[in-house]
Design a protein around this ligand. Sequence first.
Ligand code: C2E
Ligand code: MG
Ligand code: MG
Length: 538
Amino acid sequence: MKTLRQHVAKPIAAAIAGTACGAVLGCLLGRTVIFHQTSTRLDNTAQKLAVQGDSSTAESRGVLSQMNASTDGVCSPQQIAAFRKLVFSSHYLKAAGRMSGDSIACSTTFGVAHGDPVHARPSYVQHDGTSIYENLPLFLVPGKTVIAVRKGDSFVIYNPFNLHVDSPFWMHFTVTDRDHVRRHSENTKAMQPNSPGIELMHEGKSRLDGNLYATHCSRDGNVCLSAYTSVAEALGANRFEFAGFMLLGALAGCVFGLVCTLLYRRNRGIEKQLIRAIRKDALGVVYQPIVDLHSGRIIGAEALVRWNDDGNMAVPPDVFVRIAEERGFVGEITRLVLRRILRDFGPTLRERPDFHVNINIAAADLADPEFVPLVEKALKQARVPAYSLGFEITEGFTARHDVARKTILQLREMGHAVHIDDFGTGFSSLSYLYELSISGIKIDRAFVRAIGTEAVTVAILPQILNMARQLNLQVTVEGIETPEQAEYFTHRATESIHAQGWLYGRPVPASDLLNMLGRVSEEQDHEKAPGLEVAVTV
Ligand code: C2E
Ligand code: MG
Ligand code: MG
């Protein structure tokens, strides 16, 4: 019961944590998207209104100058009739008229004013003397006000219904006039220079005091129109979209949390399976031939470890070797491979000094103080000479650790060859590697793959070969798959050069390689011969 709880507790916790994080991220993303969409909508609407504003201003200016140029008697029936004609043929205007001082003298709607005069003070006056009345009272319709513009003694009244765009309920508008703003900021403390009034004289999208604004200005830049909405209104109007983002985020977070736990479990599962397989000696070892490039003769082989997990799926060696390295038990793989090499090829190595087997070792092996004595003991038990077993280490480890340098030196002094594997993928120079008393390099197959292309890697290959020759390093080229790739090196290498790759042979079980070496029958003889079989106990 407890195990079941343990089994589900972690995934559930991960799913809950993932859901919470995902929901928060979803909210943030949703907010960003909604703000972006809303700002774009505000911007489009403000732009349309600004265009209408420009047209209506141009129209009102034209009408006002015609009215001011009228030579008819002020408020005479002829003048009122002429004004009516102008209003009738306009698009944005509802009425026009004359003022005398601050009261309306006549208008196209009600003719000449009688009775109590309607007084009106402009909301503000623009720099060219145009007065703007934001709330001009209509005395025939009590309680209603209109927007009027006055130039000289003539005025026009805008038709509010003609200045119109389709806008949703949450969208509001504000008009900012440069002169109005200037007047406010100069004369009162209410409008500071950094107040929205000033900000809204710049075209573009902005976010001020919890509101989203989109502003477009008139052609002369004196009047700017902003469409705006509050953040709360924007989110409220798009609440379903917002909830969708939050839900999707929560769902993605939940799945992410679950996948992470399952992957972690699987890795832990793989690790446990691998340890079990190593303990049961259930890993396989295959051998890939290494040939002399010029003669094509097999002069050695590289031992490569293989493993099928409990589901009988092959796990790539770079994957499970890395897991073993990270978990600190790669040394057990090295021992298994060493045992297997000596078991499979012991007799051959004893008898054929012209054939060797290379083993891949890890950084941890080089740092393990028991490693060198262990190799020495195993070779002694198998009566295999040191020169028959070569080591392959990747470039990365050599540069950093002093211990690694010491171990390499010890191995070299014992008579082993030590090769730098995947040469060219690290950053160390050849001369540095030479100082480490390395015996050879294995040129990474990335270089070979690049042959026939324009890649820079190809351009430096001749230099690598030259340097290696000067430093007396054995060169092995990895990953040769085609005769053209082989030819490239045959032409450039004068000294002995080794090659490995599918062109010469894929990694195969020991028996196949022994077959290729023409040794199978002799091996069998050896195995039957009493006293020749050697137990290796590393
Ligand atoms: P590596 O030591 O560089 O081994 C050479 C890899 O190249 C092998 O892959 C081999 O199968 C592959 N190869 C050889 N010729 C060709 C070719 O012509 N074309 C292509 N495409 N590939 C070719 P593998 O066996 O998958 O091993 C991968 C890596 O895993 C090895 O690279 C080595 O770093 C590591 N590894 C394998 N066995 C061991 C081991 O026993 N111990 C340790 N520590 N690492 C090992
Ligand atoms: Mg190797
Ligand atoms: Mg390699």
